[in-house]
Write a protein that binds this ligand. Structure first.
Ligand SMILES: Cc1ncc(C[n+]2csc(CCOP(=O)(O)OP(=O)(O)O)c2C)c(N)n1
Length: 296
């Protein structure tokens, strides 16, 4: 399924254009995800001055200066708390956070846990290339067990974390999967994620031709399929979990699970109830000098 881009959408997409040159390797999945993110924003009617794009550290994080929009590029593994804080301060703007599998399932995995269970009203996009790309191919917890990597040439001894099993154990309200070679599918799931009420988890399986020899572009092309066009309805968490976890033969993509009935973290914050202004608008200048003078 391809979504034609009409000339006015192309023009709007150009608004995200940035002259900085891309530094990703030839064949890197980051190129496709970069395009799909811009398309999904344009097709959601969001202009660069209306969105906050938060990037973790990594190859994918270098997208932060390859497109326009309000952007943040933070510490490795820490993008979720920053993005959540920004969203809570100004819930009027859509917030998208992007992290690699090293950042999100190894170094900063605690933040992902609380992002999902808190149901922060934001989109989280996992750039899942199965390794630490920017630091030249170390194993993450999503690298296959036994797979030789640059700093573990005999293969890692730990078993691979089943990312989807883990995510579903946290009772998410939105889970989708796509892959970096299918821009139309990525665009579709990203648009749904942006429109979601709470924390939308989007797993994008990504080719990394330089360091990942086990989940190549060709392998993903062969195995990934659109589960929604094959009749999967994203309403049953147990069914979705089962479908998402089993990737041995085919890899189910699309919107796997969504529940809009659960209020987001912000909606459950008692002190914010009934407020028309945002925290960002309520910031006051406070003279802290009086406290400093007390200790002089
Ligand atoms: C707190 C901290 N720890 C470690 C690093 C070193 N570091 C930079 S990028 C990176 C790996 C990134 O891998 P991943 O998060 O999977 O993203 P990718 O490069 O694959 O897109 C590491 C370990 C760092 N910059 N900051």
């Amino acid at each position: 399924m391809s979504i034609p881009l009409d000339s006015s959408s192309a023009k709007k997409m150009h608004a995200y254009h940035c002259a900085n040159q891309c530094t990703w390797c030839d064949g890197c999945g980051d190129y496709g995800i970069w395009t799909a993110v811009k398309r999904s924003l344009v097709e959601s009617g969001i202009a660069p001055h209306q969105v906050l794009l938060c990037y973790d550290v990594g190859c994918h994080g270098n997208t932060s200066d390859k497109l326009l929009g309000y952007r943040f590029h933070g510490l490795h593994g820490r993008v979720i708390p920053f993005a959540a804080g920004a969203k809570l301060a100004n819930p009027k703007i859509p917030v998208l956070a992007f992290g690699g599998d090293g950042a999100s399932f190894s170094e900063g995995v605690g933040h992902l846990v609380h992002g999902i269970r808190s149901n922060y009203p934001m989109t989280f996009v996992l750039y899942n290339n199965g390794n630490y790309g920017l630091t030249t191919g170390q194993a993450s917890s999503l690298t296959q067990q036994g797979q030789p990597m640059n700093s573990s040439p005999n293969g890692i001894p730990e078993h691979t974390l089943n990312a989807m099993d883990f995510v579903f154990s946290l009772e998410p309200t939105f889970v989708a999967r796509a892959w970096s070679g299918d821009i139309a599918m990525m665009t579709r799931v990203l648009k749904a994620a942006i429109a979601h009420r709470g924390f939308a988890f989007v797993d994008i399986l990504q080719a990394c031709p330089t360091y990942n020899y086990f989940a190549t572009h060709e392998m993903l092309l062969e195995r990934c399929y659109d589960a929604n066009t094959e009749g999967h309805k994203p309403v049953d968490a147990a069914k979705a979990r089962h479908l998402a976890m089993d990737t041995s033969k085919r890899i189910a993509c699309g919107i796997l699970y969504q529940c809009e009935d659960i209020p987001s973290f912000y909606e459950r914050l008692e002190p914010r109830r009934g407020r028309r202004t945002t925290v960002a608008e309520e910031v006051e200048i406070v003279d802290t000098g009086k406290w400093e003078r007390m200790f002089q």
